[in-house]
Design a protein around this ligand. Sequence first.
Ligand code: HQG
Length: 179
Amino acid sequence: MDYQKLSKELSYALRHAPHEYELELDEQGWVPIKQLLLSLHEQRKWRAVTEEDLHKMIALSEKKRHEINQGKIRALYGHSVPQKIHKEEKEPPAYLFHGTPQRFLDSILASGLVPKGRQYVHLSEDVQTAQQVGKRRDDHPVLLRIDARQAWQDGVKFYHGNELVWLADHVQKEYISVY
Ligand code: HQG
């Protein structure tokens, strides 16, 4: 079983295209594992996938992208489905980080961080994670530091993604500096 491929397929299904899999996300993004498996089994390459494989996939992944609880599974972040996924509000650490390609810098410093194609802006708890996120699109990404404590005190909402990923609706430019 190629668990990395399975993880990509699940991210696609649970973040972006549940309807292609005849799935409906609830307001926190959960779907019943039974329904997901029925849908996956329609594809030849996934006809033998079991619930045990989903657990294994999560355990083997270098990032915690998916979560299983009480017979359901969800993507923890990254959604682009039209229906807004409700995330738990949480007080952030003093600083959060965001890695982005050089070419986006001027625009971000002018209008802040906006969610673009996703439902939320994605922020990293640590510099190394932000660096990796930025490297997906630029060999020498820019690292931004978000004054999350100040933003939180000013009423900006932050949400928990996983241990390393934080979410926000929009981060205004006054909280952003080049790190
Ligand atoms: C940029 C992956 C111009 C923003 C990653 C980013 C992450 C602006 C891009 C997760 C802007 C959106 C999310 C503005 C933001 N002007 N550009 N005002 N505001 N941007 O992919 O944060 O591996 O939607 O800097 O690791 O790169 O799939 O967000 O470059 O955790 O699990 O617009 O996805 O996780 O790109 O990545 P994305 P992201 P997985």
